[in-house]
Design a protein around this ligand. Structure first.
Ligand code: GUN
Length: 292
């Protein structure tokens, strides 16, 4: 069993990005600039956004954090999105999700100029991904593809089961794994809450990508000997022994599943750090106009 060290790969990629930024600036180019809008004080969102700002510093990017209280109106938020769309100094920006209930997330997502949508959530980017055109890729699936690439994990013709069908992870992940490319070229099955006999689907899989948000859902008896296991879960479970009062729990019963695998990602330190790095890559692509 080999542990997939997302933290180490992410550190390497951040260095690579920082070197590229240095070159751009040495040639008189512009420092890449990412902006993030954070509404309210959700604990998870606060942590994610703080990590994104820190990653920008590590990559040599400029970052701007725009904060609003929970009671911002949809109109005010749409006006800010429009302002960022038109701000030529900002290469890309994100609106951290989830948003308060009175704000329509889809409306906000669609208001973002797809050429600055470094999250890859805009329908233009999601659609272009589905038909294999260059686009901003959703960060978590792209981070997973990068891990498969850097560990030289063979996916061609393999049976890949994706657990979960979210727009952010499950659907784009399935698209990327079935794409005519390396890594990719897999035979993909997407399982969800209405799938019959998920355990059997998993047992047939060479690669399982678990993105359900259900702690320890994937048990040892659901995993084929030698399978590759990618764990996207990051559920916060109460833990009085931790300073923060919680720990992150993956969708895979790591302790019992790991001995059966050829490769497995830990939680934390597997997929999580790669997600942020993918956002940095998209920002660099936006700044250098490599896609649009
Ligand atoms: N909330 C959870 N993950 C993400 C993400 O990747 N981007 C944004 N904007 N919000 C999120």
């Amino acid at each position: 069993m080999q542990l997939i060290d997302g933290k180490a790969i992410a550190a390497t990629i951040k260095k690579e990005i920082a070197e590229e930024v240095e070159k751009i600036i040495a040639q008189g180019g512009k420092q890449p600039h990412l902006a993030a809008i954070l509404v309210g004080h959700d604990g998870g969102s606060e942590t994610y956004v703080a990590n994104k700002v820190r990653a920008c510093e590590e990559c040599g990017f400029k970052s701007t954090l725009i904060r609003y209280e929970e009671d911002i109106t949809e109109e005010q938020l749409l006006a800010k999105v429009e302002e960022l769309n038109n701000d030529s100094d900002i290469d890309g920006f994100i609106v951290q999700l989830p948003l308060p209930r009175h704000i329509d997330e889809q409306k906000i997502t669609e208001a973002i100029d797809y050429r600055k949508d470094v999250d890859g959530f805009h329908p233009v980017n999601a659609g272009r991904l589905a038909i294999g055109l260059p686009c901003f890729l959703s960060a978590t699936p792209n981070g997973i593809m990068e891990l498969l690439r850097r560990y030289n994990i063979d996916t061609k013709g393999k049976k890949c089961v994706v657990l979960g069908r979210s727009n952010i992870v499950g659907k784009p992940m399935a698209s990327l794994m079935m794409q005519k490319q390396t890594p990719g070229d897999a035979t993909v099955t997407v399982c969800h809450s209405h799938t019959q006999n998920i355990a059997e689907e998993c047992r047939n899989a060479d690669i399982i990508i678990a993105a359900l948000g259900q702690p320890h859902f994937v048990k040892a008896d659901m995993v084929k000997e030698g399978a590759v296991i990618i764990d996207v879960g990051t559920t916060r479970v109460p833990d009085a022994t931790r300073k923060q009062g919680f720990r992150l729990c993956g969708d895979v019963d790591f302790e019992n599943v790991a001995p059966k695998c050829s490769y497995i990602t830990p939680v934390p330190g597997g997929v999580g750090p790669m997600t942020i790095v993918s956002l940095m890559k998209n920002t660099l692509l936006a700044a250098t106009h490599k896609i649009y």
